[in-house]
Design a protein around this ligand. Sequence first.
Ligand SMILES: [Zn+2]
Length: 125
Amino acid sequence: MLKKGSKLYSILTGTCPRCQKESMYQDKNLLHLSNIIKMKENCSHCGLKYQIEPSFFYGAMYVSYGLNVAIGILTFIIVFQFDRSMLTSFISIMVVLILSFPLVMRLSRNIYINLFVSYKPDLKS
Ligand SMILES: [Zn+2]
């Protein structure tokens, strides 16, 4: 289902969007919170510079915002089915957003760089 060459593969695995041969991150583990956004400078296979321009990944904040809103709405819909209290929904949304924070940080960066770089496995720079 998840085959190499699709943007979804690069987004979900955090691999280089151009060659998809190696991870863009120095530390693959999401639980090492201090290393979440530490990325390599270049891809060692195709040479793609991940920081395309200075402060490139600031744009990932907009993607992150969208993801967080989607997660919040989804959590609200699920929790509201079981308990019609607004306070419970609010607390649930906060807990889910805090727990999903490392994943959202990575996913938003992966989605953002995949908007600009396409899969070209033979390209060397
Ligand atoms: Zn690469």
